[in-house]
Design a protein around this ligand. Structure first.
Ligand code: ZN
Length: 593
């Protein structure tokens, strides 16, 4: 049996002391830390935060041999009764993927702190979690791990069935708010940490409960877990989440929380509920139903699959749709979210370069490592994946005259997983969908997954009584929505850039493929200071003085060098989507609850 002791010994220095105790080790024993964490497809090299590592064999200091960036070994013909590995690990990452410690709170994924022992990955282990010095009475612990012997605050020993469960169970400690609630007889806990403004915790719990109930009802019995924990950390500028088998780590900004005594649904609050819905849906889709490429995960290297569109894209489609089905948002709010996703898709020229399958496969080097050229080169398997899922759903509904939908496939996948527990081969998702529906879906999959053709959004939405209108955005805040009036796009010409205002001038964030700026030779990072000899404060407002095909002289800095370039302005692209219900009778099946 392996025991880990997690000691948040130096919170002010963000250092955990982690002890691994292994009884009766082999003559040669290897220890390693993962290089990535499942759910976040980037090599992160967690060992870079190990400040020191040392070993004791039966209490005597012994040498460890480092084999590579993530692996150590200990060899001894004497076979000690007990081998202890002690690490001091720096933890000051605010994301949900690594570990954090200061005098206010601690958080960790064991993939950042706990070395695996080669040959013991499938053995059960114990984790003892200690409070930091002086916080014994104040701090509490929250985690999806099962307690073995813990005190009232949750400090003590937890158990994990194997290393995979250990690293799939993040731990929060500190002085958080916590509410427990039941869904379908299953205990759920919502833990909110961070510097919290006044907010309506009860409303958040109620909405959370409705979302969980909807998703549990969606997949049906049996349920994938017997308890579930939401760990939500609040901090300025934070947003994101990571799914786990019976918990999720979430982070959001104070404005994402519902304001007390207000019943309206702010866009920021809907965004948080969408995140909750997304990560909870992953309990089925990706934590259980998963690619064969992740069965099991190889934690030493990239795990390639072309199926992320099905696991992230479909989850992103259902996260908002199930908010609608649970009744926490209405159809106008849902269509607004959908229209904005379509706008994001249309504003990504990279959709014409990279297919969905490539986007998935190259997640490690492209989606997770974005730079100034990314909008021109890649398409998100979240955004296009969700729209492909929408098209697939509507296509199945249309072809089966409303008898079937994507729901049938998802439920059948869950039933299949109950029976065989197997991962899906790279072509299996498609063949399974065909076998469930009896429809010839191959032409659609070829188009949506393996081509850069535009998705047939307008025609499929029209089949559900929804009209799509695409206009050129009237201002920077215009990202599309749900409107029942005829809209006019702007006639102001465009440079084809995304920009931010800096104290030096207008900084070009992205120079989009085929746009006027790119044609003229402007680059991302250039700082525009003047047009036709006059200082520019707000690019879009300035351009309203001009017409399409006008030539302007742009004065800009590229790093230290000042230069001027003539730019021929172009017509703004109609890349902003508005949706509208034109036939309420048709809508009921898809948008109906
Ligand atoms: Zn996800």
């Amino acid at each position: 049996m392996i025991t880990y002791r997690i000691n948040p010994l130096f919170p002010e220095h963000h250092l955990y002391e982690v002890m691994l105790v292994l009884k009766h080790p082999n003559v040669c024993q290897q220890f390693r830390l993962p290089v990535w964490i499942p759910g976040s497809y980037l090599i992160r090299e967690f060992t870079r935060h190990i400040v020191s590592i040392s070993a004791l064999a039966d209490g005597q200091k012994v040498a460890l041999n480092q084999l590579d960036k993530a692996t150590w070994s200990f060899c001894s013909a004497d076979k000690p009764a007990v081998l202890e590995i002690k690490c001091l690990i720096y933890a000051y990452d605010l994301s949900v993927r690594e570990a954090y410690l200061d005098s206010e709170r601690g958080f960790f994924n064991a993939s950042s702190l706990c070395l695996s022992v080669k040959g013991y990955e499938h053995e059960p282990c114990l984790v003892e979690i200690l409070p930091p010095p002086g916080k014994e009475r104040h701090w509490r612990v929250a985690t999806g791990l099962l307690p073995e012997t813990v005190d009232e605050q949750g400090f003590g020993v937890y158990q994990a069935a194997d290393y995979d469960e250990l690293i799939d169970s993040p731990v929060e400690m500190g002085t958080f708010s916590s509410v427990s609630f039941q869904v379908s007889g299953i205990s759920h806990q919502l833990v909110v940490s961070g510097c919290l403004p006044a907010f309506d915790l009860q409303r958040l719990v109620q909405d959370c409960q409705r979302i969980c109930q909807t998703e549990i009802d969606f997949f049906g019995n049996p349920l994938p877990f017997d308890h579930y924990v939401f760990l939500l950390n609040i901090g300025e500028g934070l947003y994101g989440g990571l799914e786990h088998r019976c918990s999720t780590a979430l982070m959001a900004s104070p404005e994402n929380l519902p304001i007390a005594n207000r019943q309206d649904m702010s866009e920021d609050y809907i965004e948080l509920l969408g995140l909750i819905s997304h990560e909870y849906f992953h309990s089925w889709n990706v934590k259980r139903i998963k690619p064969a490429a992740y069965s099991p995960y190889d934690l030493t290297r990239e795990n390639y699959t072309r199926l992320l569109w099905a696991f992230e894209g479909i989850t992103s489609y259902y996260d908002d749709l199930l908010l609608l089905r649970s009744g926490v948002i209405d159809s106008t709010q849902y269509l607004t979210l959908l229209a904005r996703n379509i706008t994001r898709y249309l504003r990504t020229p990279g959709r014409l370069q990279q297919t969905l399958e490539q986007s998935s496969f190259e997640a490690w080097t492209k989606y997770y490592r974005q730079d100034e050229n990314s909008p021109n080169a890649i398409v998100s398997y979240y955004i296009k994946g969700a729209l492909a899922a929408l098209c697939l759903d509507l296509l199945i509904r249309q072809s089966s005259e409303g008898e079937q939908s994507l729901d049938n496939i998802m439920k059948a996948l869950w039933q299949k997983w109950q029976k065989d527990g197997l991962g899906l081969g790279e072509t299996e998702w498609e063949t399974f969908a065909v076998s469930v529906t009896g429809l010839d879906l191959k032409p659609f999959f070829d188009l949506a997954l393996r081509s850069t053709e535009n998705l047939p959004l307008s025609s499929l939405l029209a089949s559900q009584g929804i009209s799509c209108q695409f206009i050129a955005a009237n201002n920077r805040a215009d990202v599309g929505g749900c409107r029942n009036s005829k809209l006019e796009g702007t006639s102001t010409p465009s440079l084809g850039v995304n920009w931010v205002k800096t104290h030096e001038g207008i900084k070009l964030k992205h120079v989009l493929n085929g746009g006027a700026a790119q044609t003229a030779g402007l680059s991302a990072g250039d700082i525009i200071i003047a047009i036709d000899g006059c200082k520019v404060r707000h690019l879009d407002k300035y351009l309203t003085r001009y017409a399409v095909s006008d030539s302007i002289l742009v004065h800009a800095f590229r790093r230290e060098r000042l230069f001027s370039v003539e730019v021929c302005l172009q017509k703004a692209v109609p890349d902003t989507c508005y949706l509208n219900i034109i036939d309420h009778d048709q809508v009921t099946g898809w948008l109906g609850r």
